[in-house]
Design a protein around this ligand. Structure first.
Ligand code: DQA
Length: 157
């Protein structure tokens, strides 16, 4: 069973309440529950972590090295400037999919720059809460392909 860490960054705990016209009306807990449930339905364990602080997110990524197979993360505003989170992902080498509820490329110019994306296997933006579900499916596909590749090479019997 694949183990996935879902990281929710700053201000996302206010989802459902925070600017619902932009971020939607589905609550933070409800979104997380839906991702956990989608994980169960697809044979994966999803653990949810939220932090409003950059250091908390870096710590969670470092700890994930010991137990997780992959990471889904919505870094919130850190997406636009946190080299520390980017470096943590590069260091642990776990496949990660970045999610944004909104289409950041259609918003303020300062949201167009995504500094963490280059070390992720993919980015999903603009598709609301479902983006997390798509990210989960994408990540499980990546992990399955990796497993197959390792089997073919004889590393993982
Ligand atoms: C966000 C987009 C970011 O620009 C913003 O700072 C957020 C939410 C999104 O999910 O669309 O906090 O990551």
């Amino acid at each position: 069973m694949f183990k996935i860490l879902l990281i929710q960054g700053p201000n996302l705990n206010l989802l459902g309440v925070r600017e619902p016209g932009i971020y939607g009306t589905v609550s933070f807990d409800e979104i997380n529950n839906r991702v956990v449930k989608a994980g169960q339905e697809n044979g994966a364990e999803v653990r949810v972590f939220h932090s409003n602080s950059e250091g908390g997110i870096v710590d969670a990524i470092q700890e994930a090295r010991n137990w997780a197979d992959g990471i889904i993360l919505n870094p919130g505003a850190y997406a636009h400037y946190s080299i520390a989170i980017r470096d943590a992902l590069s260091a642990v080498k776990l496949p990660a999919v970045e999610v944004h509820l909104t289409n950041v490329h259609a918003r303020d110019e300062f949201r167009h720059r995504l500094v963490i994306s280059p070390v992720c296997v993919g980015v999903i933006a603009g598709l609301g809460w479902r983006g997390y579900i798509y990210a989960l499916h994408a990540l499980l596909g990546v992990l399955q392909d990796q497993g197959k590749a390792e089997n073919e090479l004889g590393y993982d019997d």
